[in-house]
Structure formats: C-alpha cells, structure tokens
Design a protein around this ligand. Sequence first.
Ligand code: SAM
Length: 280
Amino acid sequence: MPATDPTDQTRQWSDDLAAAWERHRDRLFESQRHASEWLIEQVDPQPGQTILELAAGPGETGLLVAERLGARGRLISTDLGPAMVEAARRGVEARGLGNVECRVMDAQENDLPDDSVDGVLCRFGVMLMPEPARAIAGVRRVLRPGRPLAYTVWGPPDRNPWMTLLVGAVLQNGHQPPGNPFGPGGLFSLADPAENHALLEAAGFAEIQAEELPGAMSFADFDDFWNLQSAVAGPIALLISSLPSDGVDAIRHTLEPMLDEFENANGFELPSLAVGVSAR
Ligand SMILES: C[S@@+](CC[C@H](N)C(=O)[O-])C[C@H]1O[C@@H](n2cnc3c(N)ncnc32)[C@H](O)[C@@H]1O
C-alpha cells in the first residue's frame, strides 16, 4: 500500500495512539458515556442477537452491548488498527466475556456476509473515514432488513472547544495539523445533520433521525487537560509528540489562558456536542 494512502495513514495513527487510548480507556468512555447510552438505546440489543461495532477503538461501548446479548448472542467488535483491536481484546478478557469476536476491519471494506447482523453501532468513527458512503453501503448490506444502524459524530467546532482550543494553540505556534478537518475523513466532516441524512438516504436507509447530544469534558486542572488531550487527540497528538520540548512548552503556554473561561470550582469544564444519527 503506498505511504500516501489515506487508509494507511489512518491505520498508522490508530496504532501509534492505541497505547494512550488503552491507558485512558475508562476516561475516554466515561467522558461521552451519554453518547454510548444513546447508541445502545437506538440499537436496543436483545439476547441472542448479533451486533456489529465499527471503529470500536478500545471497545467499551460494544462491551456494554455484549453484556446484553447473552451466551447465544455475539458482538463483533471491529477497528481498522490492529493495536486498537488488541486493546479491545484485553477489555473483553478483563470482563470475562465469552460472546465477543474482536477483529481488524476497515469499515469501508466490510467483509461480513449479507444480512448477517441485527444492529450496527459506531461511536465517533464514521466521520474519520475518507469514504463514509462505502462504510454506510457496507452496513446496509450486512444488516438484516429493518434492523437499526446508529452512530455518533462530532458537531461543529464552535460547540466543541475541548478539541478546538488545542488545535488553535498548535496553529498559533506555526504548526499545521495534517488534513482538512471539514474535508472527507476530517473530524468535522459530518457535523451537519443534513449531510448525515443525505448519506443514509443515498444508501437506501429510512426512518433517518439526527439529534444533538450535548455533553461536557471535565478536567481537574490544566495539566490534566494537557496530559489527556496531547496523548489521545489523533493527528494533533502525533504532531505534538514529534516536537522538541521548547515547541511543546510554547503550545502549553499559548493554551493555558485559553481555558480560563471554562474554569469552575472543580477545575475546568468544556462543552462538547455530538450528533447522534440513527436509521433502519
Ligand atoms: C475517535 S476513535 C473512537 C473509538 C471508540 N469508538 C470510542 O468512541 O471511544 C476513532 C476510531 O476509529 C478507527 N477508525 C478510523 N478509520 C476507520 C476505518 N476506516 N475503519 C474502521 N475503523 C476506523 C480508529 O482506528 C479509532 O480507533
């Protein structure tokens, strides 16, 4: 695969970040637990069913689903990055779950059989795919007729300062993060509910709904914010890790006062906005 292939690049960052995602797995899950609960409510897993999770990362959302599926049910937990899939596998072992299959799969190249699953969910993955229409067509093919798909993506940047402030500080210090955040595969590429509606309609889905899922990210202090975000924030984290220490210090120095307006008695609380999308 050529080094410039976007899928190859995504796999690369996914694998390089997997250790940080695994280290912070509980926190990353809890910080958007309401999004996971919304997804599970839409998919409504029942004992004995087969449910597919795409772009599962360390996999916590799907593991909650697996607990509902019982011994005869099956969760297929998938991610593009082999190291992320290994992290999910360790999560399965830690919970002693016997009904989960963890496998590497690019959601854009879904190789499951036709009509083989009862529901599909994906938390914060679809917008990162350079060709989301291929992923959604694959979902439609593998879903049994009338069964649900639910996913969450990030809403617009002005509603997600927990993410954009760090990007702003990086830019102000003369570093250009790779890619276009609004272009295909970008963090905000599916922030508009209408885009998601069009994507699903084109694939033949019905009962399409998109709703805002507001939340908040809490941090004990600035170091807490920095230690988490600079480790897990995708290409930005990789960019920061490639800088010499004075370059990192300069970004921290720019960023710290930007957080002031979000200070409260417990540290900092920054709003987040996800968009929850569901269809059948
Ligand atoms: C922001 S993380 C979300 C992880 C997890 N779903 C969560 O909510 O904590 C995005 C995940 O999408 C995965 N990913 C990106 N592109 C993908 C693709 N084309 N197919 C499958 N997974 C992909 C990455 O490897 C990464 O684990």
